[in-house]
Design a protein around this ligand. Structure first.
Ligand code: AMP
Length: 289
């Protein structure tokens, strides 16, 4: 049975009780509107931890002034039912004032893997992400925290923060869950019109084109990116933001010949909806969905 709590004190008390009983603690941070991608993280946590806390918080500090904070989907009853079904022990759904006390003026500064791509397109985004994730870590004190590779750059930013600030926990990366046609599940997919939804899998197809070239032996970064760009350009509804190849860990852009593990990162707009996806080259391509 999943219990919903709304204050840090209640979260801490529940975690303290679990720990007193010798139970390990897993945390799954989310912004709600839970879909099968989120649920895969909860299932993984359930399999690996004795006590599973899911946080549900639409974090205002990671949205830019022109972004979709106000219209971000919210469905507390649906999320509670989904978290319950997936086997979470606790759903922590704090109001904004509980996470950010009035006059709050402290944040986590990020650089390195936070610099380009989403960091460049969405100034302040990763500072907001790192700050809220650090706060959630300190509130829940988990042994393990679960993040999706869907938000690949976010995962690397969190990993780096955990290393740099010596958080005593393990970051567990979970594979991207997809629709049958390859579109990565996202809370924002519901904004797509039927025509946009039909066009959306081109983003994944673009990444797969580069992966196919890589498998065939191509190692020039520009050629690999070119293979992906050509596929994306064939779907005129998409307005690309970036499509690039980067070092899989540091996220430094790759130039010349690729010699280290690399990740293709892509963001593109379909109408008013911005979609992102990624693919680590040289790995078996994960099955859909
Ligand atoms: P969000 O609610 O969008 O902040 O996402 C919460 C967590 O779920 C993040 O770690 C995301 O990377 C992860 N996530 C979102 N979509 C997917 C997906 N399709 N597959 C796997 N994980 C996902």
């Amino acid at each position: 049975m999943t219990r919903a709590v709304h204050t840090v004190a209640e979260l801490r008390a529940a975690v303290r009780d679990a720990r007193a009983g010798g139970r390990s603690v897993g945390l799954v941070p989310t912004m709600g509107a839970l879909h099968a991608g989120h649920l895969s993280l909860i299932h993984r946590a359930r399999a690996e931890c004795d006590f599973v806390a899911v946080s549900l918080f639409v974090n205002p500090t990671q949205f830019g002034p022109k972004e979709d904070l106000a219209r971000y989907p919210r469905d507390f009853p649906g999320d509670l039912a989904a978290a319950r079904e997936a086997g979470a022990d606790l759903l922590f759904a704090p109001p904004v004032e509980e996470m950010y006390p009035p006059g709050d003026c402290t944040a986590v500064e990020v650089a390195g893997p936070a610099r380009g791509f989403e960091g460049a397109s969405r100034p302040g985004h990763f500072r907001g992400v790192a700050t809220v994730v650090a706060k959630l870590f300190l509130m829940a004190l988990p042994d393990r925290a679960y993040f999706g590779e869907k938000d690949y750059q976010q995962l690397q930013v969190v990993r780096r923060m955990v290393r740099d600030l010596s958080f005593p926990l393990e970051v567990v990366a979970c594979p991207t869950v997809r629709e049958a046609d390859g579109l990565a599940l996202s809370s924002r997919n519901r904004y797509l019109s039927p025509e946009e939804r039909a066009a959306a899998p081109a983003l994944r197809r673009a990444l797969l084109a580069a992966a196919a070239a890589y498998s065939a032996g191509e190692r020039e970064a520009a050629t690999l990116v070119g293979a992906a760009s050509a596929v994306l350009a064939a779907e005129p509804r998409f307005v690309p933001d970036y499509l690039a190849l980067a070092d899989a860990e540091s996220l430094e852009p790759c130039t010349g010949t690729v010699t280290r593990p690399a990740v293709l990162l892509a963001a593109a707009r379909l109408g008013n909806t911005r979609l992102i996806d990624s693919l680590v080259l040289g790995r078996p391509v994960e099955a859909a969905p």
